[in-house]
Design a protein around this ligand. Structure first.
Ligand code: ZN
Ligand code: ZN
Length: 330
């Protein structure tokens, strides 16, 4: 499914199977998650995509061809391909271990073609060999929603008993389970009136669930924001106890309204999360294999990518939307 330019629907089109660079592998895609970032690309809010572009950066598939310098991922390996496609390993951020901030980073399904396709080429060093406990479609959302959600959660810091999650979609429902199984109490905030989403959060073990216009019954130690709504930063600060941290997990957000300094006072922190490091991916996949994480997915035929994106935009997806290439991945 190809994007010709912002604001246009994706078009189903035959394109050549990608050529490989020596350090790349060719992966036959079996499932690819549909992420809110894809909507931001579609809407031109992320303004510099490669065009024509194949989006998709939560990819699960199988290695079918191996570049001359990529032999550590042999044919037949089941791999996950995340948002971080390549870094230079030489800029000052990479040199100090912050490859997520690399000045020349390339991103899957944005700077290079992604997984809304049958085949994708990926730099082998940025692919994750996958444990086999989840089916491919259930694994795909782990690769962005899960992984960026994990980095967002980790940056909330160590002293968190009461964790707020604003936006209980793909990332929220995965990270809530991680947090609960690590002994934290989760307070889930959905769109106002989304009783179905709130019931889903309670079913997954949230201590409290309500609309984002509501105040939680107790002050939070940290809040993670996964919905692209700047006003939630202020709402989260109002709900947060002294010393608390508010972490914005999305790549794009509407403007944050002005707010009185007293909401930041008492050492509250507001910060964002950008991208991922490969270390985050390895840590998260190890953690997930030790926990019992239920991924809730809604499957779409790859040709129905536009419908999947529209459903995500309308807030109709409970959990994560995934393009599924068929019975082989179930
Ligand atoms: Zn994503
Ligand atoms: Zn770099």
């Amino acid at each position: 499914m190809v994007l010709d330019g912002p604001g246009q629907p994706l078009v189903s089109r035959m394109v050549p199977v990608p050529e490989l660079l020596p350090d790349q592998v060719l992966v036959r895609v079996s499932a690819c998650g549909v992420c809110r970032t894809d909507l931001h690309i579609l809407d031109g809010e992320l303004s510099k995509p490669k065009l024509l572009l194949i989006m998709g950066h939560e990819i699960v598939g199988t290695v079918v061809r191996v570049g001359t310098d990529a032999s550590h991922l042999p044919t037949g390996t089941r791999v996950g391909i995340p948002w971080l496609a390549w870094t230079d390993q030489s800029c000052r951020f990479c040199r100090r271990g912050q490859e997520n901030l690399c000045e020349h980073a390339r991103f899957t399904g944005y700077d290079v073609d992604g997984g809304y396709a049958e085949y994708v080429a990926a730099h082998a060093a940025y692919c994750f060999p996958l444990p086999g406990q989840h089916a491919d479609a259930e694994t795909a959302p782990l690769l962005c929603a899960g992984l960026i959600g994990y980095r967002t959660w980790r940056l909330a810091g160590p002293h968190v008993e009461r964790l707020g999650i604003y936006g209980f979609g793909a990332a929220g429902h995965l990270i809530a389970q991680v947090a609960i199984q690590q002994g934290q109490q989760v307070y889930a905030f959905t769109r106002a009136g989304d009783v179905e989403g709130q019931a889903f959060a309670r079913e997954l073990g949230a201590r409290w669930a309500g609309g984002s216009d509501e105040r939680p019954p107790e002050a939070l130690d940290a809040a993670l924001i996964f919905a692209p709504v700047g006003g939630l930063v202020v709402a989260a600060l109002e709900a947060t106890a002294r010393g608390g941290t508010v972490v914005c997990g999305g790549i794009h957000m509407s403007d944050v309204p002005t707010f009185p300094y007293r909401l930041l006072w008492e050492e509250r922190v507001v910060r964002s999360v950008a991208n991922l490091t490969r270390g985050d991916g390895e840590d998260f996949l190890r953690l997930v294999s030790a926990l019992r994480i239920r991924t809730s997915v809604r499957r779409f035929e790859p040709e129905a990518a536009n419908e999947a994106l529209a459903s995500l935009r309308r807030g109709e997806i409970t959990g994560a939307a995934v393009l599924d290439w068929g019975p082989a991945s179930r």
